[in-house]
Design a protein around this ligand. Structure first.
Ligand code: TRP
Length: 394
């Protein structure tokens, strides 16, 4: 192995991004990820184009680069400009009772896309996936899927245009036929190359990727898209899901379908900082939609990694290191007012504002968000969940 190769291997060990593992020894290098996965950077001209086509200001997550990569977004927009609609597809693996803020990111963004483009949406709950990967029972995975569905619906999707389904309930019929078509096109060597399965993995894992692939094809939903086999699909997701859709895009033309387009986000960092691993098992690493105002305040004050200096004197002199500061990072996701965010960054970065003040503002912003979510979730009854499950689109 020559020096360069060695260095590259070293770097690859330091940064792992797959659907079931995201870890790195430092900040995730998203440029490297774009290169490695072969997707495209979402640049300003595309953001401007979305604004022009939808006639509304781009979502915070778009204008601040949270959604930073894509595949074939231009093609979807070209078609849309010519009057051709598309549908949205996103999903969640129900592995926990309550969602945290990071889980909300793709759904908040998907709601914006649905409203802005006025298009139908399908949401897949992969209870089967979590049953196989997390060692949950079938019944427990299904229960989590139902609980999570309520939190997802609480994000405010248009009931008449949204279909939410669990794999255990829905897989069969036309959906299953597409799964078999996909499976026939993918060799064992290919999935090993894409997902890194080993001989020790059970065959449930090896056979799962077609389940996540086929919601990309309208013919998997005959009750929604009958006679619209050529409707295009756009998938908003975090970039760790890219391997599934690389496989899907590879197969699609071979079975006569459009490749789905993707719009991909970076990860929402843990309270402890961007180098720390976001741990689902550590309740103090994230703010949950079930947290009280008091819990939110405590977590932020106690755990949110600060880029501020050790003493007030030093802080006044040097200012905060915004690059590593979690309160500022969280505000850049959830504080909508651009002018206020700029003001905070400038003052805090110059030492005029202290960490405590920034944390206080963050606690306000997140408490408002979480309380709004809790009210919306309380209004989601079993009937509403059912309505989403049987919706029909025109
Ligand atoms: N595998 C995803 C998870 O574990 C769930 C998922 C299914 C998904 N289909 C999707 C996510 C489409 C984004 C887009 O969370």
């Amino acid at each position: 192995m020559d020096k360069n190769e060695e260095k590259q291997r070293e770097e690859e060990r330091e940064q792992v991004v797959s659907p079931w593992e995201v870890s790195s020894s430092g900040k995730i290098d998203y440029d490297k990820l774009i290169d490695k996965f072969g997707c495209q950077r979402l640049d300003q001209s595309l953001v401007d184009r979305v604004q022009r086509l939808t006639g509304r200001p781009p979502h915070v997550f778009l204008r601040r680069g949270v959604f930073f990569a894509h595949r074939d977004l231009n093609d979807i927009l070209d078609a849309y400009e010519k009057g051709e609609k598309f549908y949205l597809y996103t999903g969640r693996g129900p592995s926990s009772e309550a969602l945290h803020l990071g889980h909300l990111v793709p759904f908040m963004f998907t709601k914006y896309l649905q409203d802005a483009f006025k298009v139908p949406l399908v949401i897949q709950l992969t209870d089967d996936e979590k049953c196989m990967w997390k060692n949950l029972s079938v019944e427990e995975s299904q229960r989590l899927a139902r609980e999570n569905a309520k939190d997802i619906i609480a994000c405010g999707f248009d009931v008449t245009k949204t279909f939410i389904f669990s794999d255990f309930d829905y897989v069969g019929g036309a959906f299953y036929k597409n799964m078999v078509k996909v499976a026939k096109c993918v060799t064992y060597n290919k999935v090993v190359g894409i997902f890194g399965f080993t001989g020790e993995d059970h065959i449930g894992k090896v056979s799962f990727p077609p389940v996540q692939a086929v919601p990309s094809f309208p013919s998997s939903f005959p009750h929604l898209f009958s006679g619209k086999d050529h409707l295009r699909c756009l998938i908003p997701c975090a970039i760790d899901q890219d391997p599934y859709f690389r496989m899907t895009r590879d197969v699609a033309p071979r079975i006569g379908y459009h490749k789905p387009a993707l719009i991909e986000s970076s990860f929402f960092p843990a309270l402890q900082g961007e180098t720390g691993k976001m741990s689902a098992s550590d309740p103090n690493s994230a703010i949950y939609v079930t947290d009280s105002a008091k819990a939110i305040k405590n977590k932020i004050n106690k755990y949110a990694f600060s880029g501020g200096q050790e003493s007030v004197e030093l802080h006044r002199k040097l200012g905060a290191n915004l690059e590593v500061d979690i309160p500022v990072k969280y505000l850049s996701f959830f504080l909508e007012d651009d002018a206020e965010l700029e003001h905070i960054k400038k003052e805090y970065g110059a030492g005029g504002m202290l960490t405590g003040e920034v944390k206080q503002r963050l606690a306000q912003v997140l408490t408002e968000l979480v309380e709004r979510h809790q009210v919306a979730r309380a209004a989601v009854t079993d009937e509403v969940t059912l309505l989403h499950a049987i919706t029909e689109t025109e």
